[in-house]
Design a protein around this ligand. Sequence first.
Ligand code: G1P
Length: 305
Amino acid sequence: MSVDLAVIPVAGLGTRLLPATKSQPKEMLPVGRKPVVQYVVEELAANGIRRSLFVTGPGKHSIENHFDIDDVLIDFLRRSGREELLPDLLFERQNMQYAYVRQRRQLGLGHAVLCAEPFVGRQPFVVALGDSIIGRHAQSRIVQRMIEVFEESDASAVIAFEHVDPEHVHHYGIARPKGDCQADVFRLDDVVEKPEPEEAPSTLAVAARYVFRPVVFDALRRTVPGKGGEIQLTDAVRDLIRAGHTVLGVNLGAGERRYDIGNFSSYFSAFIEFALTDEREGARLRSTVRELLEQLEDSSSPEAS
Ligand code: G1P
């Protein structure tokens, strides 16, 4: 059977998005008309994943509520003649099973993935970070490609990568590829969590999607706190490479970028792009934004002061 299980860590505190995330999970912030985590699950469903195991934490109940089937709301919409809104709830019925496990202490991403072990057991699985959307409106097939690469190889891990500007390497896990990293698929020699630009082995950043054999749990159990005092998934991958396991990187394809909803700069960019390309509102919004930009340019021009 092909890999059909994804672990979705959503336990992070979202401190880089305060105050927006004070009493709501960052994964529930809207990007255009949907919350981030809905894009993640829709992407996974389109890539053949049928079971989603969320690793949650304090204050994350709204994520569970979001994926419930809300018969009361559906009934209300029908009785009040608002049937046209029903398609917006179709995601509740997508071909996906949901399970939730708690990360009971905030010890880092690696620890969050380890919390899934009793439920994953000894089967391969995907990790999809719940605060990152891949591809505009989540139209990406990277996970499917990664699973194909995984199944055709002896790799213990397959990780998605994208190039970032050198000044952003300190936000991400950064690869040291073995040989040619321009190829779609390349082998990793090392991976470093959030290096300073001068220490970064490349500008290839881990792009929030992974496929693992369960041996990663053994590595995670051995992993001591690293960057930021947290148990890092990147350090467990590094451990696998050092122990002689094959770890492969897959580059995001053209038109398949990662939208990181972990800080305001990239969140704002993602929201604007998704709203401007929204099927129903995009055209109107584009003309409003054009006018607004002209006004802003006029008021900031030297003649205006
Ligand atoms: C995590 C990982 C990092 C990865 C990033 C985005 O960092 O630790 O290696 O590059 O996600 O995929 P975080 O954003 O949780 O700080």
